[in-house]
Write a protein that binds this ligand. Structure first.
Ligand code: URA
Length: 245
């Protein structure tokens, strides 16, 4: 599909009007007009210059926003929680636009998380085909052994498949406390992947933080719970890395 063309339901969702699913319902119900004509076909594509009206309201194209957030531990990577726990978007209540997390960090994991209102960018960053590097610092119970490091560097068999080669660097080992602090860089984003990679060798992860993304984004200058807007150059660099490796 040409980069210019976009599915109608996506355009409606991206405008912040409603979710994509709700947008589909509105289209089917005949509540959406494109350039003054009612459209009920879900596959319809629109150009940026097309005038879209939903339930009589003309859509404004939203500015794209990309945020680098330092997620604290004990915060949920979601836009809502049925148990009332703090979610990442609670930190951005004042924004006029709806933003969503790009990928996820576990409840107990802290660190670098992107949020955006740009769905296409989210797909680019999270699709397994595009390999964006993520660096974590993990505190482990037990002594990480040399052969375990070697195995992680080659790839290990987890229940959902073999992991891609990881970069592993031991930062600190404490004999008395029987702990290891290790830096690990992976380019996949499977559920609880880092924790499972160490648990594979019997090392429970007691602390985990994502400290770097794509080799150039860090948490520098931020405290937990703070965020900053990515520069257009940073966004471009991320897109390039995803598309060109
Ligand atoms: N790996 C994990 O185990 N947890 C995270 O939050 C991120 C990567």
């Amino acid at each position: 599909m040409s980069k210019e063309l976009e599915r109608l339901q996506k355009r409606i969702a991206n405008s912040g009007y409603t979710s994509r699913r709700k947008a589909e319902t509105l289209i089917v119900e005949g509540k959406v007009k494109v350039n003054g004509e009612t459209v009920t076909e879900l596959g319809t594509k629109v150009k940026p210059s097309d005038n879209v009206e939903v339930e009589g309201v003309k859509l404004e194209q939203e500015d794209k926003l990309y945020i680098l957030f330092y997620k604290p531990a004990q915060v949920i990577t979601s836009v809502s929680d049925d148990r009332g726990r703090t979610v990442v978007t609670d930190y951005f209540d004042d924004l006029e636009t709806r933003i969503y997390p790009v990928g996820r960090l576990d409840y107990d994991t802290s660190g670098l998380l992107l949020l955006t209102n740009d769905g296409e960018f989210t797909n680019l960053m999270t699709h397994p085909r595009y390999k964006i590097k993520k660096k974590y610092v993990a505190k482990l119970k037990g002594y990480l052994m040399r052969d375990e490091v070697k195995a992680l560097e080659k790839g290990i068999q987890l229940e959902d498949g073999k992991t891609h080669p990881a970069e592993v660097k031991i930062k600190n080992q404490n004999k008395e406390k029987n702990t290891t602090v290790v830096e690990i860089t992976i380019s996949e984003g499977r559920n609880r992947q880092v924790r499972r990679m160490f648990e594979h060798f019997g090392h429970e992860v007691s602390k985990l933080s994502r400290v770097e993304l794509a080799d150039f984004l860090t948490l520098k200058g931020l405290n937990a719970g703070e965020g900053r807007v990515l520069t257009p150059h940073e966004v471009k660099k991320l897109r390039n890395l995803a598309e060109n490796g």
